[in-house]
Design a protein around this ligand. Structure first.
Ligand code: C5P
Length: 235
Protein backbone atom coordinates (compact mmCIF):
# COMPACT_ATOMS: atom_id res chain seq x y z
CA UNK A 1 0.00 0.00 0.00
CA UNK A 2 1.33 3.42 -0.94
CA UNK A 3 0.62 6.62 0.91
CA UNK A 4 0.41 9.83 -1.01
CA UNK A 5 0.42 13.35 0.41
CA UNK A 6 -2.90 15.10 0.76
CA UNK A 7 -3.42 17.78 -1.82
CA UNK A 8 -4.65 20.71 0.19
CA UNK A 9 -6.74 23.78 -0.34
CA UNK A 10 -4.73 26.80 0.83
CA UNK A 11 -6.74 30.02 1.24
CA UNK A 12 -4.84 33.30 1.33
CA UNK A 13 -7.01 36.33 2.08
CA UNK A 14 -6.23 39.90 2.95
CA UNK A 15 -6.45 43.49 1.76
CA UNK A 16 -5.04 44.87 -1.48
CA UNK A 17 -1.28 45.21 -1.60
CA UNK A 18 -0.49 42.92 1.34
CA UNK A 19 1.55 40.76 -1.04
CA UNK A 20 -0.99 37.95 -1.54
CA UNK A 21 -0.40 37.46 -5.27
CA UNK A 22 3.38 37.07 -5.20
CA UNK A 23 3.25 34.95 -2.06
CA UNK A 24 0.46 32.72 -3.43
CA UNK A 25 2.28 32.27 -6.73
CA UNK A 26 5.49 31.18 -5.00
CA UNK A 27 3.75 28.87 -2.50
CA UNK A 28 1.86 27.20 -5.37
CA UNK A 29 5.07 26.78 -7.33
CA UNK A 30 6.91 25.20 -4.35
CA UNK A 31 4.10 22.74 -3.70
CA UNK A 32 3.28 22.01 -7.35
CA UNK A 33 -0.23 23.39 -6.84
CA UNK A 34 -2.50 25.46 -9.05
CA UNK A 35 -2.61 29.17 -8.20
CA UNK A 36 -5.97 30.91 -8.53
CA UNK A 37 -6.25 34.68 -8.12
CA UNK A 38 -9.91 35.28 -7.44
CA UNK A 39 -9.45 39.07 -7.72
CA UNK A 40 -8.54 38.63 -11.39
CA UNK A 41 -11.99 37.14 -11.95
CA UNK A 42 -13.74 40.18 -10.40
CA UNK A 43 -11.46 42.41 -12.44
CA UNK A 44 -12.37 40.61 -15.67
CA UNK A 45 -16.05 41.06 -14.96
CA UNK A 46 -15.47 44.74 -14.09
CA UNK A 47 -13.77 45.23 -17.46
CA UNK A 48 -16.73 43.65 -19.20
CA UNK A 49 -19.12 45.90 -17.25
CA UNK A 50 -17.12 49.02 -18.16
CA UNK A 51 -17.11 48.05 -21.82
CA UNK A 52 -20.85 47.38 -21.73
CA UNK A 53 -21.43 50.78 -20.08
CA UNK A 54 -23.21 49.03 -17.18
CA UNK A 55 -23.95 50.99 -14.00
CA UNK A 56 -21.72 49.64 -11.23
CA UNK A 57 -24.48 49.88 -8.64
CA UNK A 58 -27.07 47.88 -10.63
CA UNK A 59 -27.07 44.31 -9.45
CA UNK A 60 -29.89 43.45 -11.89
CA UNK A 61 -27.58 44.28 -14.79
CA UNK A 62 -24.32 42.97 -13.32
CA UNK A 63 -25.68 39.61 -12.11
CA UNK A 64 -26.80 38.45 -15.58
CA UNK A 65 -23.62 39.90 -17.10
CA UNK A 66 -21.58 37.62 -14.79
CA UNK A 67 -23.80 34.63 -15.46
CA UNK A 68 -23.25 34.98 -19.22
CA UNK A 69 -19.47 35.22 -18.87
CA UNK A 70 -16.66 32.74 -19.29
CA UNK A 71 -13.67 33.67 -17.15
CA UNK A 72 -10.64 31.38 -17.27
CA UNK A 73 -7.24 31.48 -15.60
CA UNK A 74 -4.69 29.75 -17.82
CA UNK A 75 -1.36 28.86 -16.15
CA UNK A 76 1.59 30.43 -18.00
CA UNK A 77 5.24 31.12 -17.13
CA UNK A 78 5.35 34.22 -14.91
CA UNK A 79 1.71 33.96 -13.81
CA UNK A 80 -1.76 33.13 -15.06
CA UNK A 81 -3.21 34.58 -18.25
CA UNK A 82 -6.76 35.80 -17.73
CA UNK A 83 -9.27 35.04 -20.47
CA UNK A 84 -12.62 36.78 -20.65
CA UNK A 85 -15.03 35.11 -23.08
CA UNK A 86 -11.97 33.72 -24.87
CA UNK A 87 -10.06 37.04 -25.11
CA UNK A 88 -6.79 37.58 -23.24
CA UNK A 89 -7.36 40.53 -20.87
CA UNK A 90 -4.36 39.90 -18.55
CA UNK A 91 -2.91 43.39 -18.93
CA UNK A 92 -6.10 45.37 -19.28
CA UNK A 93 -7.56 44.19 -15.97
CA UNK A 94 -4.70 45.95 -14.13
CA UNK A 95 -5.73 49.44 -15.31
CA UNK A 96 -6.77 51.72 -12.46
CA UNK A 97 -10.30 52.24 -13.82
CA UNK A 98 -10.76 48.45 -13.66
CA UNK A 99 -9.34 48.27 -10.12
CA UNK A 100 -11.92 50.76 -8.92
CA UNK A 101 -14.76 49.08 -10.84
CA UNK A 102 -13.80 45.61 -9.52
CA UNK A 103 -14.20 46.82 -5.97
CA UNK A 104 -17.71 48.02 -6.85
CA UNK A 105 -18.97 45.03 -8.88
CA UNK A 106 -17.76 42.68 -6.15
CA UNK A 107 -20.16 44.21 -3.61
CA UNK A 108 -23.22 42.56 -5.26
CA UNK A 109 -24.39 39.25 -3.76
CA UNK A 110 -25.57 37.89 -7.14
CA UNK A 111 -22.16 38.55 -8.69
CA UNK A 112 -20.43 36.96 -5.70
CA UNK A 113 -22.66 33.87 -5.81
CA UNK A 114 -21.63 33.23 -9.42
CA UNK A 115 -17.95 33.84 -8.67
CA UNK A 116 -17.98 31.57 -5.60
CA UNK A 117 -19.54 28.71 -7.62
CA UNK A 118 -16.83 29.03 -10.30
CA UNK A 119 -14.08 29.23 -7.66
CA UNK A 120 -15.37 26.10 -5.91
CA UNK A 121 -15.41 24.23 -9.22
CA UNK A 122 -11.80 25.26 -9.84
CA UNK A 123 -10.50 24.28 -6.41
CA UNK A 124 -12.65 21.41 -5.19
CA UNK A 125 -10.11 18.67 -5.94
CA UNK A 126 -7.43 20.34 -3.80
CA UNK A 127 -3.85 21.01 -4.79
CA UNK A 128 -4.72 24.68 -5.03
CA UNK A 129 -3.65 28.01 -3.56
CA UNK A 130 -6.53 30.45 -3.91
CA UNK A 131 -6.15 34.08 -2.93
CA UNK A 132 -8.73 36.78 -2.43
CA UNK A 133 -10.91 38.32 0.27
CA UNK A 134 -13.44 35.61 1.16
CA UNK A 135 -11.72 32.33 0.32
CA UNK A 136 -11.33 31.12 3.91
CA UNK A 137 -14.72 32.45 5.02
CA UNK A 138 -17.05 31.73 2.05
CA UNK A 139 -15.49 29.87 -0.83
CA UNK A 140 -13.66 27.14 1.12
CA UNK A 141 -14.57 27.42 4.81
CA UNK A 142 -13.09 23.91 5.20
CA UNK A 143 -9.72 24.81 3.60
CA UNK A 144 -6.91 23.00 5.43
CA UNK A 145 -4.68 26.08 5.55
CA UNK A 146 -6.07 29.60 5.95
CA UNK A 147 -3.87 32.63 5.94
CA UNK A 148 -4.88 36.27 6.44
CA UNK A 149 -2.06 38.42 5.11
CA UNK A 150 -1.95 42.03 6.26
CA UNK A 151 0.36 45.04 6.00
CA UNK A 152 -0.05 48.69 6.98
CA UNK A 153 -1.58 51.01 4.30
CA UNK A 154 1.73 52.96 4.12
CA UNK A 155 3.78 49.82 3.43
CA UNK A 156 1.25 48.70 0.84
CA UNK A 157 1.28 52.12 -0.82
CA UNK A 158 5.07 52.06 -1.09
CA UNK A 159 5.01 48.56 -2.60
CA UNK A 160 2.43 49.62 -5.15
CA UNK A 161 4.43 52.72 -6.15
CA UNK A 162 7.64 50.68 -6.49
CA UNK A 163 5.82 48.03 -8.53
CA UNK A 164 4.72 50.73 -10.95
CA UNK A 165 8.27 52.13 -11.16
CA UNK A 166 7.46 55.25 -9.11
CA UNK A 167 9.39 57.18 -6.46
CA UNK A 168 8.64 56.52 -2.78
CA UNK A 169 10.65 59.52 -1.52
CA UNK A 170 7.68 61.74 -2.37
CA UNK A 171 5.71 61.62 0.92
CA UNK A 172 2.62 63.31 -0.56
CA UNK A 173 2.36 60.72 -3.33
CA UNK A 174 2.73 57.86 -0.82
CA UNK A 175 0.06 59.39 1.42
CA UNK A 176 -2.33 59.79 -1.54
CA UNK A 177 -1.93 56.13 -2.58
CA UNK A 178 -2.26 55.01 1.08
CA UNK A 179 -5.51 56.97 1.29
CA UNK A 180 -6.85 55.33 -1.86
CA UNK A 181 -5.92 51.89 -0.44
CA UNK A 182 -7.67 52.73 2.85
CA UNK A 183 -10.84 53.70 0.94
CA UNK A 184 -10.88 50.47 -1.05
CA UNK A 185 -10.22 48.41 2.12
CA UNK A 186 -13.00 50.19 3.90
CA UNK A 187 -15.43 49.27 1.11
CA UNK A 188 -14.27 45.61 1.19
CA UNK A 189 -14.41 45.41 4.99
CA UNK A 190 -17.80 47.04 5.51
CA UNK A 191 -19.83 45.63 2.60
CA UNK A 192 -22.82 43.51 3.58
CA UNK A 193 -21.95 40.59 1.27
CA UNK A 194 -18.85 38.64 2.36
CA UNK A 195 -16.92 41.47 4.00
CA UNK A 196 -13.16 41.18 4.22
CA UNK A 197 -12.55 39.64 7.65
CA UNK A 198 -10.14 36.93 8.79
CA UNK A 199 -11.77 33.52 9.23
CA UNK A 200 -11.81 32.60 12.94
CA UNK A 201 -9.31 29.81 12.27
CA UNK A 202 -7.03 31.83 9.93
CA UNK A 203 -3.38 32.39 10.79
CA UNK A 204 -2.84 36.16 10.61
CA UNK A 205 0.53 37.18 9.16
CA UNK A 206 1.58 40.84 9.06
CA UNK A 207 3.97 41.31 6.16
CA UNK A 208 4.87 44.93 7.14
CA UNK A 209 7.95 43.75 8.97
CA UNK A 210 8.48 40.25 7.54
CA UNK A 211 10.39 39.69 4.33
CA UNK A 212 8.82 37.89 1.37
CA UNK A 213 10.89 34.73 1.98
CA UNK A 214 9.86 34.61 5.65
CA UNK A 215 6.18 34.86 4.77
CA UNK A 216 6.52 32.11 2.15
CA UNK A 217 8.47 29.87 4.57
CA UNK A 218 5.84 30.29 7.26
CA UNK A 219 3.01 29.27 4.92
CA UNK A 220 4.98 26.36 3.46
CA UNK A 221 5.70 25.13 7.01
CA UNK A 222 1.98 25.14 7.82
CA UNK A 223 1.11 23.46 4.52
CA UNK A 224 3.70 20.71 4.81
CA UNK A 225 2.59 19.74 8.28
CA UNK A 226 -1.04 19.51 7.06
CA UNK A 227 -0.02 17.50 3.97
CA UNK A 228 1.46 14.85 6.27
CA UNK A 229 -1.69 14.47 8.37
CA UNK A 230 -4.04 11.64 7.46
CA UNK A 231 -2.21 10.60 4.29
CA UNK A 232 -4.46 9.17 1.59
CA UNK A 233 -3.98 5.43 1.16
CA UNK A 234 -3.54 4.23 -2.43
CA UNK A 235 -3.79 0.54 -3.29
O1 C5P B 1 -7.18 41.21 -5.35
P1 C5P B 1 -7.53 42.30 -6.33
O2 C5P B 1 -7.09 43.66 -5.89
O3 C5P B 1 -7.13 41.98 -7.72
O4 C5P B 1 -9.13 42.33 -6.33
C1 C5P B 1 -9.87 43.33 -7.01
C2 C5P B 1 -11.15 43.61 -6.22
O5 C5P B 1 -11.99 42.45 -6.27
C3 C5P B 1 -10.94 43.89 -4.73
O6 C5P B 1 -10.85 45.27 -4.45
C4 C5P B 1 -12.17 43.33 -4.07
O7 C5P B 1 -13.17 44.30 -3.96
C5 C5P B 1 -12.66 42.26 -5.03
N1 C5P B 1 -12.46 40.89 -4.57
C6 C5P B 1 -13.43 40.34 -3.76
N2 C5P B 1 -13.33 39.05 -3.38
C7 C5P B 1 -12.28 38.30 -3.74
C8 C5P B 1 -11.26 38.85 -4.55
C9 C5P B 1 -11.37 40.17 -4.93
O8 C5P B 1 -14.38 41.02 -3.39
N3 C5P B 1 -12.24 37.02 -3.35
Amino acid sequence: MLFSMRRLIIAIDGPAGAGKSTVAQRVAQELGYLNIESGAMYRALALKALEAGAAMDEEDALGPLAEQSRIELAPAPGGNRVLLDGTDVTLRIRESSVTEAASRVSAHPRVRAWMVDRQREMGQDGGVVMEGRDIGTQVFPYAEVKIFLEASPEVRAERRIRQEGGDCSNGTAVAAVAEEIRRRDERDRTRAASPLVPAPDAVVIDSSTLGFEQVVARILGLARSREMEFPTAQT
